[in-house]
Design a binder for this molecule. Sequence first.
Ligand SMILES: NCc1[nH]cc(CCC(=O)O)c1CC(=O)O
Ligand SMILES: [Mg+2]
Length: 330
Amino acid sequence: MTASFPAIRMRRGRTEPWMRSMLAEHRLHPSDFILPLFVCAGQGCEEPIAALQGVSRWTVDRIGAQAKAAAALGIPCVALFPNTPAGLRSERAEEALNPDNLICQAVRAVKDACPDIGVLTDVALDPYTAHGHDGLVDERGRVLNDETTAVLVSQALVQAEAGADIVAPSDMMDGRVAAIRAALEGAGKIDTAIMAYAAKYASAFYGPFRDAVGSRGLLKGDKRGYQMDPANAGEALREVALDIAEGADMVMVKPGLPYLDIVAAVRREFRLPVFAYQVSGEYAMIEHAAAAGAAERDALILETLLAFKRAGATGILTYHAVDAARLIGA
Ligand SMILES: NCc1[nH]cc(CCC(=O)O)c1CC(=O)O
Ligand SMILES: [Mg+2]
C-alpha cells in the first residue's frame, strides 16, 4: 500500500516558516565562503573595478582591514589575486618568484592584521606574464607544460614562505600538484595545503576577472589548450582523480553555477572537500540582472549560493561572500 493524494500533501511541509526551516536540507553559513580579494600597487588606495561593480582592488596597506572585516563576519578564508604593474610583467613571469611581490606583501599584511583568517594564493602565471597566459609559451604561442610546472613550483614555495596557508594551482598544467607537494614537503612546509583547481574550464565567464588582474588586453589567443572543454564531464572526474592521486587536499570546480553537474558528480565519486568558484562573470550577471530590475539582488545571491550547497559543495569562492555573510547574519 502506498499513500497518495489526498493523504499525501507535500505542501504540508511548506505551510509555516518554522516548518520550512525545520525541514530545510541545506543551509548557508558564513564558513561556507572564501572571499577573493584583489591587490594593487601603491598606497592608501581603493581602485574600483569597472567590470566588477562593487569589487575593488586594495593596496597592501589596506588589504588587512578587508580580511579583518571578512573574519568578523565569520568568513574563514580569503583568496588573494594581484594586479601586477605593467612594467613588472614579462615573457617569463619572473615577478611571480619575487619574495617581495604584491602577493607576498599582501599575504604578510593579512597575516599581521588578522592571524586567524586563512590565506589562499593562486598559483598560475597570468598576472605576471606579458602575454596573459597562465604559463610559459613557445615560439608558436603554445603553453609549455613541464617548463611551466617548474616555475609554478617556485611560485608556490615563495607564496608558502610568505605565509600562505593554501596554495591553489589554477593553471591546469599536468603534474603540477605532485611537483608542488614534493617541493613543499622538501621545504618543510608540511602544513601548507593544496587546493587544486582540478576541473577548470575554458570559460567565457572569466572576463571581468581578467580586467581585475589586468590581463584581458594582454591575452594572446585563448586558454583552450590547457583549460577544459565545456563539452566534457567525464574528463573532469579524471582530472580530479589525478589531482587527488598527486596529493591535493581539496579540489575545485570552476566556473560554478553552469557546472553544478560537475560539482555533484565530484561529490558523489570522491571523498574529499570540493569547492566551487562562482566566478567573476557570474557575479557580473547577478549584478547586471539586479541593476536592470530583472530580479532582486539579495534573493539572487542567496539562491545561487544555496544551489552550490545542494549540489554538494563544501564551500564557495564568491565575490558576494561579504554580502552573503551579512544577509545570513541578519
Ligand atoms: N589562472 C587565472 C585565474 N584564476 C582565477 C581566474 C578566474 C576567476 C574569475 O573569473 O572570477 C582565472 C582566470 C583565467 O583562468 O583566465
Ligand atoms: Mg589536471
